[in-house]
Design a binder for this molecule. Sequence first.
Ligand code: AMP
Ligand code: ZN
Length: 461
Amino acid sequence: MNLRFYNTIHHKKEGFRAISGKLVGFYTCGPTVYQYAHIGNLRTYIFEDILKRTLDLFGYNVKHVMNITDVGHLTSDDDTGEDKIEREAARQKKTAWIVARFYEGEFKKDLKKLNIAEPDKWARATEHIKEQIDLIKKLDSSGYAYKISDGLYFDTSRFKNYGELLKIGPKDLEVSERITVQGKKKPEDFALWKFSQPGAKRDMEWASPWGKGFPGWHIECSAMAMKYLGLHFDIHAGGIDHIPVHHTNEIAQSEAATGKKFVNYWLHGNFLQVDGKRMGKSKGNYLTLDELIKLGFDPLDFRYLTLTAHYRSPLHFSIEPLKSAANARKHLMNLVQRSYQAKLRVNSKVRIKFENEFLSALSNDLDMPKALAVIWKYAEKIGVNEFLLADKILGLRLDKVKPIKIPPGIKVLLKKREEYRIKEDWKNSDKIREEIKNMGFIVEDSSIDQNITNFLKMQEL
Ligand code: AMP
Ligand code: ZN
């Protein structure tokens, strides 16, 4: 079975072929660490985790790099406004370094809570200043850069395929209504290096051949991706907001510098929305993972919720669907526990059909809603192994559901209860159920097979 992904740059689904056999170079744009991540951001990281797990399950060896934007991301994606981290540092009366490291730590905690695997390589922008300056030097020496009072800018008119990701012609770019920096030749030209402004104090600034300052936001991803994954690699992912500016500019500066194709497959996740609008830090309509936890949810309830929508569709967030996701996840855990108790022999034809349908949903551009539907379709017929196979992708920690050891005293009671049930003596059978409940277990009469009784430890499920 071959994997197919929707490749933004070609605007269609394509069969996946890695550059070097089974090795996959994978780069994802990481967080700008000036605030807690919101659950919209986290939706994107879950999508990327599903992508990575799928590649893994299909036998690829993924090398994953994620950056930490700890400098250079301005309040507007068009190089205007303030550095988000410096601004937050001033607000909190802390240094930009302290703010950046704090939110990076919080972000990593969120990933853990959501069972998102960490990348093989974390790359901080501030630790790759030299690589960024080297890349800018290359662009400068081949005539792709020009200097204005505010910084060094990339001259997009020199790059023939500018805007390929968007498939818009230079004309469309010209009419775009961007707030622009004075002196830029074209609105879509972007900063490679920004100068520290005289009189303005910055915690993060470095010397460069063009003057003291800090790197533009896009150059970090190009420099670090190429350092760790090579000049040409397989997959680059992020949220759809990165298509028109950040990724468009990454392509332009990388390909201009190397003369090579930068990335083969571009994958973009759609937004988490609230009341029809993108959830965003600047919009003030966001929730953090810890806020969901305070409301009584498990982080994995949110993970489940994100799997109910295709990654390329918007997902509308509200509490009711999150509650349904929480119930569905619990139900799934019960089913795994039940399969342990039932020791059901899974029919091999059923197993093969389940696996084929599940993998085929994944291979079709990560169709997780379909993959979930397949699990529910076969839920009563599959066993622990099949649930655990599915969980390699779902990441719902179904492997943490352990078979419960039933104490001998309860076994005796159960036998008695079974005798009452055969005699249809419901009164006494219910009495025993109560007795067992008082001992901390719940008896459920399974719909898988009426002869099988299951036990669920109350505290855990
Ligand atoms: P940032 O920390 O702002 O650089 O964003 C981190 C990631 O979250 C990027 O990949 C964005 O594309 C993504 N993102 C931002 N807002 C949303 C949203 N409402 N829904 C899904 N992803 C988002
Ligand atoms: Zn990036």
